[in-house]
Design a protein around this ligand. Structure first.
Ligand code: GDD
Ligand code: MN
Length: 382
């Protein structure tokens, strides 16, 4: 008999029975390798939210440790638990956005799976949001009564710096813009959602920076708990993505941040080129053409590694893919150089202005290199 036939359908848990009404509150929980935290979290939510019509939507990025299976195992007995599993994609912020989009309830909370956020704050968040007619209530470690918990000294400093940087894009007087624990009214989320960057970890900051009008908010204190199971996913990529999020909010409406980085590195490449060329010629024993060729290779190689490190950190090539990427980058840039010279010569012929011709060639070369290398060298993972 197959598993889904009615005879073998598991009976609902006792806790599942009171949920006769559609959820008023959806708790969105992003997960990546959190298997052992799922059951304890659901149990804590059931205790904390007793008397509330709620559901939890877990958004799992295809964790290898069986997190999605652990969620579905509970979901078969508990209709208020659901799993959205995303294949071939990563990202805490986009996971939260898609979780919110998968729900219909008027209030949406976002909370980590690792038990570091205090679920007992949820009922007062909901009461405050409804009672005071606010757009969003934030669980804060930086208002009276809140606490960073056992964050190490280094992480406290980094967190403080990141919070100050956040002021560049968040105008509201928010003490904990880096919080990953909050509850938002659906309309406020929907008003902001098309402007969200979805970049990296900081979905709350993204919401505040993307809202078309200032959000009415309040911060409620909580103590950041220690992780029991699994490990933090915060790494250098997350830190870099945070900087990209800030840049996107600052200049993204003018030029895509990735292209800006690519162009800056291209400019650095020119410096590398001239420095290499000058040095080789000064050392002597080498003709101009050979020195120019060596300088070109050096500049392309350093550009490749800088782009691999910064512009495409999220798609960083390693091992033999690094070698293949380097070769494809040489090819892309060589074609770009031919286009560059061709366009420049054409403009020069028509206009006779050497600098206009030079700029036109460089712009066409840069756009070509950027567009083709994003497809051939750093193609998005499938
Ligand atoms: N779906 C998905 N995809 N989930 C992810 C991903 C991802 O790529 N990366 C992390 N997560 C999930 C984790 O499984 C966990 O449930 C939650 O996001 C937070 O990840 P942690 O790795 O535990 O982050 P943290 O503890 O260092 O930082 C968290 O708390 C801070 C304080 O509130 C984050 O929420 C920060 O944004 C927040 O500032
Ligand atoms: Mn955590």
């Amino acid at each position: 008999m197959n598993e889904t036939s009615s005879a073998s359908r598991p009976r609902l848990d006792a806790q599942a029975r009171p949920f006769a009404l559609p959820a008023e509150l959806t708790v969105v929980v992003p997960t990546f390798n959190e298997r052992d935290n799922i059951a304890p979290l659901v149990q804590r939510l059931e205790t904390a939210l007793d008397g509330v019509d709620w559901e939890a939507i877990f958004v799992d990025d295809d964790s290898q440790d069986g997190t999605a299976a652990a969620i579905r195992e509970l979901a078969r007995r508990k209709p208020h638990i659901r799993c959205v599993q995303r294949l071939g994609r990563r990202g805490l912020s986009t996971a939260c956005i898609e979780g919110a989009l998968a729900s219909a309830s008027p209030f949406i909370a976002v909370m980590d799976a690792d038990l570091q956020h205090d679920e007992s704050l949820l009922p007062s968040m909901l009461a405050t949001l409804k009672g005071e007619g606010l757009d969003i209530v934030v669980g804060s470690r930086h208002v009276a009564g809140g606490d960073l918990g056992d964050f190490g000294a280094a992480r406290v400093r980094i967190s403080g710096l990141a919070t100050r940087l956040a002021r560049l894009v968040v105008k509201a007087d928010l003490q904990d813009p880096m919080s990953g624990f909050f509850m938002v009214r659906r309309e406020a989320f929907e008003d902001a959602m098309r402007g969200l960057s979805g970049q990296g970890f900081k979905i709350l900051l993204d919401l505040f920076a993307s809202a078309p009008r200032p959000l009415a908010f309040k911060e409620l204190p909580y103590r950041f708990r220690s992780r029991l199971h699994g490990e933090s996913k915060l790494d250098s990529l997350v830190a870099w993505e945070y900087i990209l999020l800030l840049l996107d909010k600052l200049i993204g409406h003018i030029v895509p941040v990735r292209f800006a980085l690519f162009a800056i590195i291209g400019g650095l490449g020119l410096v590398v080129h001239l420095a290499t060329l000058g040095t080789l010629l000064k050392l002597g024993g080498i003709g101009f053409a050979a020195a120019q060729a060596a300088a070109t290779m050096t500049a392309m190689t350093s550009n490749f590694f800088l782009n691999n490190w910064f512009t495409y950190r999220d798609r960083r090539l390693k091992g033999w893919r690094l070698l293949r990427g380097l070769v494809s980058f040489y090819v892309v840039c060589s074609v770009g150089a031919i286009g560059n010279v061709g366009i420049a010569a054409y403009v020069f012929k028509a206009d006779q202005s050497w600098w206009l011709a030079g700029v036109a060639g460089a712009v066409v070369g840069a756009v070509w290199n950027y567009a083709t290398s994003s497809v051939f060298t750093w193609r998005a993972k499938k």
